[in-house]
Design a protein around this ligand. Structure first.
Ligand SMILES: Nc1nc2c(ncn2[C@@H]2O[C@H](COP(=O)(O)OP(=O)(O)O)[C@@H](O)[C@H]2O)c(=O)[nH]1
Ligand SMILES: [Mg+2]
Length: 229
């Protein structure tokens, strides 16, 4: 019983402007429409979610996080009759980039992880993203002393712009100019790659054409993680 009722927690990581807020908001929206998901409740972060949906329906997109914001979205639901509780965090990107207490707390509390990556060639973002994934694996494995079973989903964001078809291949190709992360993936026993789009296109354009944002594949890493935890 205790095993069945234990709260499961998923932590979401990603640098500033990678698309965390967009992803989380559209995920909550999708989950609320899923046939196999019942009794979805937003236990924490409900007002935040509604505020984001307001911005998204306006076609303006989520406003940048304020540096002090560390928002918790806490959901409970039943998936295929199984009770699931999960927590996702939307922290200001800068906090993650500094790899400080927030970064470590998110790792400590998580049963599974979703790392969002934008395949941008911007040198600062490129290096920071590779650096953070290395650091995440280093922390999870206590400095590469042991391998970890905790599942890690790596998802490329804004795929309406980038059009990635083979996310696994694209991932290692993306890291190579900075550091070939396949060197440290040996320490992960369970990982998978995805490419998602929160809005299915440019929000302003979608809005000007009278359409609504249509996410692509954003539920896939989530359901993959749910299966693993
Ligand atoms: N085209 C496109 N833009 C996106 C997508 N997701 C987020 N964005 C934009 O990227 C910027 C940063 O997104 P946000 O969710 O605030 O990132 P955060 O800082 O990680 O929370 C905003 O201008 C969003 O509108 C997407 O799937 N497609
Ligand atoms: Mg945000």
């Amino acid at each position: 019983m205790r095993f069945l009722t234990r709260k499961k927690s998923i932590s979401i990581f990603g640098i500033r402007a990678v698309g965390k807020t967009a992803y989380i908001s559209m995920l909550v929206n999708i989950l609320s429409n899923q046939q196999n998901i019942k009794k979805l409740r937003v236990l924490s972060g409900y007002d935040y979610y509604m505020q984001m949906m307001n911005w998204i329906l306006r076609g303006e997109g989520p406003p940048p996080n304020k540096t002090y914001e560390r928002l918790l979205i806490h959901l409970s639901m039943e998936v295929d009759g199984k009770k699931i509780e999960l927590r996702t965090y939307d922290v200001a990107g800068g906090d993650i980039e500094r790899m400080g207490d927030v970064f470590k707390a998110l790792i400590d509390v998580g049963d599974g992880y979703l790392f969002l990556v934008e395949p941008t060639r911007d040198p600062d973002k490129h290096v920071t993203q590779v650096k953070l994934i290395y650091k995440l694996i280093e922390y999870l494995t206590e400095k590469f002393k042991k391998r970890t079973k905790k599942p890690l989903a790596l998802a490329f964001t804004k795929n309406d712009i980038y059009g990635i078809k083979d996310p696994k291949k694209a991932f290692f190709e993306y890291t190579v100019p900075v550091f070939n992360l396949s060197q440290v993936f040996y320490y992960l026993k369970n990982y998978e790659f995805f490419a998602v789009s929160a809005f299915g296109g440019d929000l302003e354009q979608i809005r000007s054409e009278g359409r609504t944002a249509t996410p692509i594949d954003i539920e896939k890493p989530f359901f993959w993680l749910l299966k693993q935890i």
